[in-house]
Write a protein that binds this ligand. Structure first.
Ligand code: RFL
Ligand code: PHB
Length: 394
């Protein structure tokens, strides 16, 4: 097989890039290790920034999103048993939209298959070879080896993919921080605790009460990093969510059937070397943010814009410089998201027993709810900083 751009991975980064290239008349092959049902049902992110939503409309992937997505103006923050509302929309305009990642993946997969070309499902890339004039992927498919020749490789293959590993350790600048906690996440059949998502900064740890619809909630608990899910029967989860979200101003949390549960580690990673020759890293393949702040998917989409624009400039106008500056174009926005996620993570989680830390965290939150300037600074990033480039080269 031969194509212009070989895309490894059909997550948000790979599918967005594939669509952007197709709309610019650039050919691609998307190779995905899992089957279609698996990627369309994987429970993950749920909060889309305003620039992500606007982009999905431009790409023709916004029809269901417009109907089913829930626009939120900001979020609720509860500490000292008292609930506060941070309304960023009032100060900045725009919204954050609640729309599950797997729904966005379904929409992008349908669009790709109906209008743009195939996705090679159940095909795992096992080898990448890059040269000055092109690249070769080797992939396993039903026990056979498939070879794909391409001008460029877009590694959109997530944190454990083969793309990042292709850049030798000696050349890769990678900055990492691991937190001693994880998020235990559930989906449950209950009504949301508050009309928009709520972070509860309890002294024993965070609880987060988000939603996927009027009767489906997504809720998280801060737990130690070495937690075993088997130690958390439903009753224990509800007891802890209830205890951490107790307040003087709202009724107790509703309990209901829990139908999905998972653990997610908290870590920050930025691989600043996002390209090597004709290979480019996008999304989780290049960076991981801790989940507080909901930035991961949005960063993946933002990287896709930068690469799509650069490939457009290359194929349509023979301009190479945007490809050469791919990493340096992406990195400032990635670091802004890392900073925001770090600020939120270290403020709303209990990461130490030191009473000084607790007082300082409470003081910071008090300032957030009292100061419009603080809210504007938070809101600009929460609702989404502009993407570094347009997605199409004109
Ligand atoms: P993905 O989605 O991991 O997709 C990578 C794809 O590559 C495939 N693959 C391969 N295919 C072929 N050959 C190989 N060798 C391959 N190796 C891997 C995989 O099967 C997969 O389909 O990466 P992408 O596209 O970069 O997207 C990133 C997002 O998925 C991720 O950042 C978010 O889910 C993070 N995240 C959140 N992000 C948000 O923007 N808003 C949120 O509200 C939000 N909440 C979350 C989150 C992540 C969480 N977890 C589970 C870590 C909440 C949680 C709990
Ligand atoms: C979610 O709804 O999954 C969610 C909400 C807020 C976050 C992270 C995840 O900070």
């Amino acid at each position: 097989m031969r194509t212009q751009v070989a895309i490894i991975g059909a997550g948000p980064a790979g599918l967005t890039l594939a669509r952007q290239l197709a709309l610019q008349g650039i050919e691609s092959i998307v190779v995905e290790h899992r089957d279609r049902a698996y990627i369309e049902n994987r429970t993950r992110a749920g909060i889309l920034e305003q620039p992500t939503v606007t982009l999905m409309h431009e790409l023709g992937a916004g029809t269901r999103l417009a109907v089913e997505g829930m626009d939120h103006d900001g979020f609720f923050l509860r500490f000292d048993r008292t609930t506060h509302r941070l309304n960023f929309h009032r100060l900045i305009g725009g919204h954050a939209t609640v729309y599950a990642q797997q729904e966005l993946v379904k929409d992008l997969v349908a669009l790709r298959l109906e209008e743009d070309g195939p996705i090679l499902f159940e095909t795992k890339v096992v080898g990448i070879d890059t040269r000055a004039d092109g690249a070769t992927l080797r992939a396993e498919r039903a026990g056979e080896i498939v070879t794909i020749e391409a001008d460029f490789v877009a590694a959109c293959d997530g944190f454990h993919g083969v793309g990042r590993a292709h850049i030798p350790d000696s050349e890769r600048i990678e900055i990492t921080r691991t937190y001693p906690v994880a998020w235990l996440g559930i989906l449950a059949r209950t009504a949301p605790a508050t009309p928009e998502g709520m972070y509860c900064a309890h002294e024993d740890g965070l609880s987060l009460h988000s939603m996927r619809g009027p009767r489906i909630t997504r809720q998280y608990l801060q737990v130690p990093a070495d937690t075993d899910l088997d130690d958390w029967p439903d009753e224990r989860i509800w007891d802890e969510l209830t205890r951490r979200s107790e307040s003087i101003d709202h009724p107790e949390l509703e309990r209901g059937e829990i139908f999905d549960r998972s653990l997610a580690p908290l870590r920050s990673v930025v691989c600043e070397t996002m390209q090597k020759g004709r290979l480019f890293l996008l999304g989780d393949a290049a960076h991981i943010v801790p989940p507080a702040g909901a930035k991961g998917l949005n960063l993946a989409v933002s990287d896709a814009c930068v690469l799509s624009y650069a490939l457009g400039a290359h194929y349509k106008a023979g301009i190479r410089e945007h490809l050469d500056s791919y990493s340096t174009t992406c990195l400032p926005r990635i670091w802004q998201a890392q900073y925001f996620s770090w600020l939120l993570t270290t403020t709303i989680h209990a990461l130490s027993d030191d009473p000084m830390d607790l007082r300082l965290r409470l003081t910071r939150m008090q300032r957030w709810v009292e100061s419009e300037d603080e809210q504007r600074a938070l809101g600009e990033v929460y609702l989404g900083l502009p993407f570094p480039t347009p997605w199409a080269y004109n």
